[in-house]
Ligand binder design. Structure first.
Ligand SMILES: Cc1cc2nc3c(=O)[nH]c(=O)nc-3n(C[C@H](O)[C@H](O)[C@H](O)COP(=O)(O)OP(=O)(O)OC[C@H]3O[C@@H](n4cnc5c(N)ncnc54)[C@H](O)[C@@H]3O)c2cc1C
Length: 398
C-alpha cells in the first residue's frame, strides 16, 4: 500500500496524538482523533519543553504563539540537604543561545488542537476507545466503549498514554512497570524567592525531593512537586497538612509564602510514573507514539518532547517511504537510539533521587558534585537535559 491519502485513526489527544494529527493531516491524509475526555480540560502539571520538542513545535508553526505563555528556563539547579550543588547545569555553557521553556499541558494542547483542526483533522471528544479490532482483510477498526465501530482505517496510531489499554491488543511485545514513587504537585503564583529562569530542586535522602519549575503565563506561575511514595498517599491525605508543610519547609525554608497558597489536601494532585518498554513501535498498520510506547519517570523531563519527536519522525518516515509497511519500519528504526538512551538514562538515574535505598542518596551526594566539576561530564549532562543525546557519544542530528 502507498503512503499517500491514508485514512488514519488516532487514539488519544495528549501530546503525541494532536501533534501527529497536524502533521499527517497537512500531508494530505484523512485524520480522525479520538479522545476519551468529554472536553479539553485544563489538566496536568507544568512541564519543561526542551529544544528538541521546540523544534517540532516550530515545524508545526505554534512555537512563536506558545513562547509568551512560557517561562524561559536557563538553568537546572539541584542542591543536597547541606546546600551543596549536585547539579548546576546552564544550557548556555554547552549550547549557546539554547533555552528550555516551562509551560502547561493545557496551553500546549490548545495550540496543537487548533492547528490539527485547521489542517483538516476531525477531533472527537467523549470517545473512549475500548477495542482495536481487525477487518477480514486485516485493516484495523476502533470500537468505542458504547460499542460503536469506527473505521476501518489504513493506519491506527496508539497515543493513549502510559496506561494504554490498546497496546496489549496490538500484538506488540511490551512491558509496563509502575514506579513505587510518584509526586504530589501544585501550581501557584511564583514568589520572588524562586528565580523565574531556574528549575530548582532540593533533595534530602532518596525519600525527599522537592522541585519548583517556573511555568510562565501572564500570572507568572510556578509548578511545585514533592516526591511521595504512592502507597503513602492515602495516609498523607488523612494527615495534618501543616505537619507536612513543616517537612517541606525544613528542606526549603524560602517556600513559606508559596506554601501559604495551599490550604487543603485536594489542591495537590498525585502523579504516578510508569516505565513502558517496547522493542519496536509499529505492527501491521499500527504505530505506537508517546508514553504508550515508552513512558519514563520525569527525572530527565523528556516525556512531552519525546512524544513530539515521535509525531515528527512518523510523519517524515511515511512521507519518505514507498509503502506503509516500509514507513512504519522506518519510524521504529528512526526512534530506536534516541528512545533507548533516554529510557536507559532515566531508569538508571531515578533510584538515586526517588527510592527506598538511602545508600544511593549517599553515593549520589558524594559523586554528583565531583562529576559536575569535570567539564566534559557537565557538557554531556547539559546535552542530555536538552533532549539531544542518542548515546554516550551520539547526538540527535539537527
Ligand atoms: C509530574 C509529571 C511531570 C512531568 N514533567 C515533564 C517534563 O518536565 N517534561 C516533559 O517533557 N514531560 C513531562 N512529563 C511527561 C508528560 O506529561 C508525558 O510524557 C506526555 O504528556 C506524553 O504524551 P502522550 O500523548 O504520549 O500521552 P498523554 O499526555 O498521557 O495523553 C494520552 C491521552 O490519551 C487519552 N486516552 C487514554 N486512553 C484512551 C482511550 N482508550 N480512548 C481515548 N482516549 C484515551 C487520555 O485521556 C490522554 O488525553 C511529566 C509527567 C508527570 C506525571
Amino acid at each position: 500500500m502507498k503512503t499517500s491519502g491514508l485514512t488514519i485513526g488516532i487514539v488519544g489527544a495528549g501530546t503525541a496524538g494532536p501533534a501527529a494529527a497536524v502533521l499527517l493531516a497537512r500531508a494530505g491524509h484523512r485524520v480522525r482523533l479520538y479522545e476519551r475526555a468529554p472536553v479539553n480540560l485544563p489538566v496536568g502539571a507544568g512541564f519543561l519543553l526542551q529544544p528538541t520538542g521546540m523544534g517540532v513545535l516550530a515545524q508545526i508553526g505554534v512555537l512563536e504563539e506558545l513562547r509568551p505563555q512560557t517561562a524561559e528556563i536557563h538553568r537546572l539547579h539541584c542542591v543536597d540537604r547541606r546546600g551543596r550543588a549536585l547539579l548546576n547545569l546552564r544550557y548556555e555553557e554547552a549550547l549557546p543561545g539554547v533555552r528550555g521553556a516551562g509551560t502547561h499541558r493545557a496551553t500546549l494542547l490548545n495550540l496543537l488542537l487548533r492547528a490539527a483542526r485547521e489542517a483538516g483533522a476531525e477531533i472527537l471528544w467523549d470517545h473512549p476507545i475500548a477495542t482495536l479490532a481487525r477487518e477480514a482483510d486485516g485493516r484495523p477498526r476502533l470500537v468505542d466503549a458504547r460499542g460503536v465501530r469506527h473505521g476501518p482505517f489504513d493506519l491506527v496510531l496508539l497515543c493513549d498514554g502510559a496506561q494504554s489499554a490498546l497496546s496489549p491488543q496490538a500484538g506488540l511485545p511490551f512491558r509496563v512497570d509502575r514506579y513505587p514513587w510518584g509526586a504530589l504537585w501544585f501550581i501557584g503564583k511564583r514568589p520572588a524567592e524562586f528565580a523565574p529562569d531556574t528549575l530548582w530542586q532540593r533533595v534530602g535522602s532518596t525519600r525527599e525531593l522537592v522541585g519548583f519549575l517556573p511555568t510562565g503565563t501572564k500570572d507568572d506561575l510556578l509548578s511545585f512537586f514533592w516526591s511521595v511514595k504512592l502507597a503513602d498517599v492515602a495516609e498523607w491525605r488523612a494527615g495534618d497538612l501543616d505537619a507536612w508543610k513543616r517537612r517541606v519547609l525544613a528542606l526549603v525554608p524560602q517556600a513559606a509564602g508559596f506554601l501559604s497558597q495551599i490550604e487543603r489536601h485536594d489542591q495537590l494532585s498525585v502523579a504516578a510514573y510508569h516505565d513502558v518498554r517496547m522493542k519496536r513501535w509499529h505492527g501491521d498498520r499500527v504505530a505506537v507514539l508517546g508514553d504508550a510506547g515508552h513512558a519514563l519517570s520525569p527525572q530527565l523531563g523528556q516525556g512531552v518532547n519525546l512524544a513530539l519527536i515521535d509525531a515528527a519522525a512518523l510523519a517524515r518516515s511515511l512521507a519518505e517511504a514507498e509503502t506503509l509497511a516500509e514507513g512504519l519500519a522506518a519510524y521504529s528504526a528512526a526512534r530506536r537510539s534516541h528512545l533507548g538512551y533516554y529510557q536507559f538514562a532515566t531508569r538508571w538515574l531515578t533510584p538515586f533521587f526517588q527510592s527506598d535505598a538511602p545508600s544511593l542518596g549517599v553515593l549520589r551526594d558524594g559523586v554528583f558534585p565531583w562529576a559536575g566539576r569535570v567539564r566534559w561530564v557537565r557538557r554531556q549532562m547539559i546535552t542530555t537535559m536538552a533532549g539531544l543525546k542518542t548515546g554516550i557519544f551520539g547526538r540527535v542530528k539537527e
